[in-house]
Design a protein around this ligand. Sequence first.
Ligand code: UDP
Ligand code: MG
Length: 317
Amino acid sequence: MDEKKKQKLSMIVPCYNEEKVLRLFHGALIKQLHQLKPEKYDYELIFINDGSRDKTLNLILEFAAKNDRIKYISFSRNFGKEAAMLAGLEHASGDCAIIMDADLQHPPSMIHQMLDKYEEGYDQVIAKRDRKGEPKKAAFLARTYYRLVNKMVDVRMVDGAGDFRLLSRETIEAVLSLKETNRFSKGIFSWVGFNQTYIEYANRQRTFDESRWSFKRLLRYGVDGIVSFNVQPLRMCVYLGGVLLGISMLYLIYLFVRILIYGIDVPGYFTTITLIAVLGGVQLISLGIIGEYVGRIYAEVKKRPIYIVAKTNIKKD
Ligand code: UDP
Ligand code: MG
């Protein structure tokens, strides 16, 4: 960062049906932003309304009317948090940006620590949550998932490190230079590199209603995490197929020799069925995995926009 120049901080906040917390969040964040030294930092606050079906947009419009540093981008429908974060980064004009959830699970007071690290020269400051107080099952599943993913993928992903992070301008540009349609930000942030550092904060449960993530969504996100970063699963299919083929060949030779010695006996109903079942299963899994990739290629070649803006107060040149 440039020591002398006044820095502009862009706060990026994706919101989807957050009417219950948004006012509280807005108050808490503005309070923290006002604590920034005015001679050192300017700020803008970008709310992305990700097609909320409740009063979220009305609230955002109300905030924006009172404070001209508040910007908003409202999508034509729900495009997902990944799209919302991308829109925020694309429209941010700051020297650095902090992405933060609107549900108060990311404590707004952390921004000071993040900026301290930024001033030390880090390009990415990642706020990592501990998993204290989280349901044991969820924490276990998450930990196992990360262990698995890190084995398979070439980028490192850290458990508890989510999208709550500060990015320098250089990092933002790098992230935006990845044009893929299927965006898996956790992987992208890690992939672009630069100086990264972690700071920890205490985990808190969502105070208001449920997480926006259903089990189905989480599962899809999990698959994305693996599939969007390399072709390891495809390779695994090849290995698995190879091993099965090898075993089958040995078995065939054994049967053939048996027939030569003893002649044809009663056809092996059991073994036939078993083989069909095993092979069928493996083939289906492999097809499914290939399908995941083909589906992604399909989405990429269509080159559809990742989100559609219905309403915004940001003028883009
Ligand atoms: N979010 C969004 N679009 C979606 C789902 C969520 O913009 O389709 C926002 C949501 O409003 C919140 C953040 O992304 O600010 C994280 O969502 P949530 O708290 O449901 O996820 P979790 O904390 O469980 O990761
Ligand atoms: Mg949350």
